[in-house]
Design a binder for this molecule. Structure first.
Ligand code: HEC
Length: 230
């Protein structure tokens, strides 16, 4: 018996099975995925990132924020990302369509810091909105906003410049040891501004048909033994 044809057949089968499993099934499932056109709003979701935010995404990639932050809200039963006793990282789980326009999907794998997929949709602990002013200060010196924050400082996204005339409207309101020398102000660089625009664009609040009433864990029956979510 000559082994060559069997060897060839074996290699052929291994390659074609993996092609079907890895490429074809995914293509069939997600290949025809399109944006969801909402007739009432006259918009297609997900919406493209505004220009500055799209630049900010590159800064996010460049600085490796993805090493510590995920951008995926897991369904109930796979972690307490949202829900009644959840961390409040979103109103619903993330679905494939949320990432349709993302050329590079920044799911991340480690949650050293909180999930950021819905950062712009949630509020601060004190109920105030996440706005640009808050974010600039946070990126410049996290502990000046969140006292015991262990998020790294990104002070290099800012520059200190002499105040000319009225000064810049974007100057950070800093006090104490962080305040710049008299006659100087701290303003975000263009990279800092783009990054903040990106962070403020992160919200998956639109309810697609596939996000309605699915993947939510059924409420445990009274007295029933709690089972793992399948
Ligand atoms: C070494 C890990 C690490 C890296 C790298 C990192 N972060 Fe963080 N980040 C954290 C931690 C930890 C927290 C939570 C600390 C806190 O509550 O202030 C956090 C919090 C945040 C928050 C506030 C989240 C909230 O819900 O209040 C934002 C926004 C943020 N990070 C953005 C970024 C961006 C943008 C980058 C890249 C420029 C980045 N992080 C890089 C660890 C990291």
């Amino acid at each position: 018996m000559k082994p060559a044809p069997f060897l060839f057949l074996g290699i052929f089968c291994a390659l074609s099975f993996s092609f079907v499993g890895l490429v074809l099934t995914n293509q069939l499932t997600y290949g025809a995925f399109t944006t969801h056109v909402d007739e009432d709003e006259g918009k297609a979701f997900p919406q493209p990132l505004p220009g500055l935010a799209a630049q900010g995404k590159l800064v996010y990639q460049d600085l490796g924020c993805v090493a510590c932050h995920t951008q995926q809200v897991r369904r109930e039963g796979f972690g307490a990302d949202f829900g009644e006793r959840g961390r409040g990282w979103g109103e619903r789980q993330s679905v494939a369509r949320d990432y349709l326009r993302d050329e590079r999907v920044l799911l991340g794998s480690q949650r050293v810091g909180p999930d950021l997929r819905n950062f712009a949709a949630r509020k601060n602990a004190d109920g105030t909105e996440h706005n640009a002013e808050w974010l600039f200060k946070y990126l410049y010196a996290p502990t000046s906003v969140v006292r015991e924050s262990n998020m790294p400082r990104y002070a290099f996204l800012f520059k200190t410049q002499p105040i000319i005339g009225q000064g810049s409207s974007k100057a950070l309101k800093l006090s104490g040891a962080l305040a710049p020398a008299a006659g100087y102000e701290v303003v975000p660089t263009s990279r800092g501004e783009a990054l903040v625009a990106y962070l403020l664009s992160l919200k998956d609040t639109y309810a697609y048909p596939e996000t309605k009433n699915i993947y939510t864990a059924p409420a445990p029956k009274a007295g029933a033994k709690q089972e793992g979510h399948k």
